[in-house]
Design a protein around this ligand. Structure first.
Ligand SMILES: [Ca+2]
Ligand SMILES: [Ca+2]
Length: 176
């Protein structure tokens, strides 16, 4: 496995542990859903509900695939096994990525402006300088916007164990 992917897995675990109790549990995903939907300026109820459902599905997928000892929570050690079978998470990650990117494009023109991108990424727990570096790596246009499809692909790459040298590495580098 790529070192970059291990760093990402550890970072994602830390971010996902939204209540900071050291393991992943349903409350983490409820917390993140409420934070992200609260940051989703301009989005309608449907888009927010889709995001909340995507977080719920994310937890259910993790619990079904990774809770090796069946105690209803996931330790970092259990979570690391996600890299062994990435295809089991692809559908869940795809829906999560599309629901999140949709919140970044409330007017549906296919473009995401930096301020809303930053607000959503902060709500998930990423740090400001890393978010800016990521947005820049996505190659914003003259109006400082990126394409929805670019962000969807970037989120999917971020969770892929075999990727390196991707824009998402900017989320890891300054944090660890
Ligand atoms: Ca937790
Ligand atoms: Ca467990």
């Amino acid at each position: 496995m790529r070192t970059e992917a291990i760093d990402r897995v550890t970072l994602v675990f830390t971010l996902f542990d939204a209540n900071g109790n050291g393991h992943l549990d349903p409350e983490d995903f409820e917390l993140m859903a409420s934070r992200v939907t609260a940051a989703a300026e301009g989005s309608g109820e449907g888009a927010r509900a889709r995001m909340a459902a995507a977080f719920q599905r994310y937890w259910e997928t993790l619990e079904a695939e990774l809770d090796a000892d069946g105690d209803g929570r996931i330790t970092l050690e259990e979570y690391r096994a996600c890299v062994l079978a990435p295809e089991r998470f692809a559908g869940t990650v795809r829906e999560f990525a599309e629901a999140l990117a949709a919140l970044g494009d409330p007017d549906g023109d296919g473009a995401i402006e930096r301020p809303l991108f930053t607000a959503l990424m902060r709500a998930i727990g990423f740090a400001g300088p890393n978010i800016d570096a990521l947005f820049d790596a996505f190659g914003p246009d003259a109006e400082d916007r990126i394409a929805v499809a670019t962000w969807v692909a970037g989120i999917e790459d971020f969770y892929a164990p075999d990727k390196a040298g991707i824009p998402g590495d900017h989320l890891v580098s300054a944090v660890v």
